[in-house]
Design a protein around this ligand. Structure first.
Ligand SMILES: [Zn+2]
Length: 253
């Protein structure tokens, strides 16, 4: 009788240990899963991927604008100015403008770069929705819709419409908004230093599944020093920051 009791106890303990182990494994798998694709609604959840939302805080310097989060129809920032920096063209036109705070930070960044012998130039900054519309249509005509979607944004989903983004190049304009820009000293300087001025490289290498855009070492986005520092030190994108660290979409700053 005693032996039976002992055996029964051992079996019960064995079963408990087995379940605990499975539960332990399950827990870890779940966590890993959470930290990768499943937790990122932009890369794996079809439902979320197809859902388009209109951002509620277009004026926030931390606003998340992408293919899923669009600006309100014909949104226009109210504080656009001409940053006092070199551009690869002379005209005082729309694409030379930026929002005040981003413009000031850009001036500081270009000056700092120049002190280190890096001569940056603006290529394209603010872009209104109507301008984006005509560009997008022209790209579709040229390359077809699928290809155009990889490098151009649907009207309303371009960060350039926020007035917080700018494409930059070297002062010679060589490789402006082209893949070859990534190997230039200017691109390397931006990669290493832009966060100090509140800017991030918005579409980093290897993050196309998350941002929806191929690597664009020239496209920088002003998010403010604090956020730029966090995003840059973690080596993540703005999407990952909101999805994995903030747990909320577009918090109002
Ligand atoms: Zn751009």
């Amino acid at each position: 009788m005693k032996l039976y009791k002992k055996m029964a106890l051992l079996i019960v303990l064995g079963v408990i240990a087995g379940f605990s182990y499975l539960g332990y494994q399950g827990l870890f798998q779940h966590d890993d899963h959470l930290n990768t694709s499943d937790h990122n609604p932009l890369s794996s959840s079809k439902q979320k991927q197809n859902s388009i939302e209109i951002v509620g805080n277009p004026e926030s310097i931390a606003v998340l604008v992408n293919k899923q989060n669009l600006l309100p129809d014909h949104y226009e920032p109210t504080d656009l100015v001409y940053p006092d920096v070199r551009f690869i063209f002379k005209e005082k036109i729309e694409k030379r403008q930026m929002r005040t705070e981003a413009a000031k930070a850009l001036e500081r960044m270009f000056s700092a770069a120049e002190r280190e012998g890096i001569y940056l130039a603006g290529v394209s900054a603010y872009r209104s929705q109507s301008r984006q519309e005509s560009l997008y249509q022209a790209y579709i005509k040229q390359d077809g819709e699928a290809a155009a979607n990889h490098y151009s944004a649907h009207p309303g989903s371009s960060e350039h419409q926020t007035g917080l983004s700018i494409d930059v190049s070297s002062s010679t304009g060589k490789c402006a908004a082209q893949d070859c820009f990534k190997d230039t000293p200017e691109a390397k300087w931006i990669e290493a230093n832009s966060y100090k001025y509140g800017y991030i490289v918005r579409y980093p290498e290897g993050k196309q599944q998350i941002t929806g855009y191929k690597y664009e070492p020239w496209h920088i986005r002003f998010v403010g020093k604090e956020l730029a520092s966090k995003v840059s030190k973690k080596g993540i994108t703005l999407e990952e920051y909101y999805n994995d660290y903030m747990q909320v979409d577009n918090p109002v700053q």
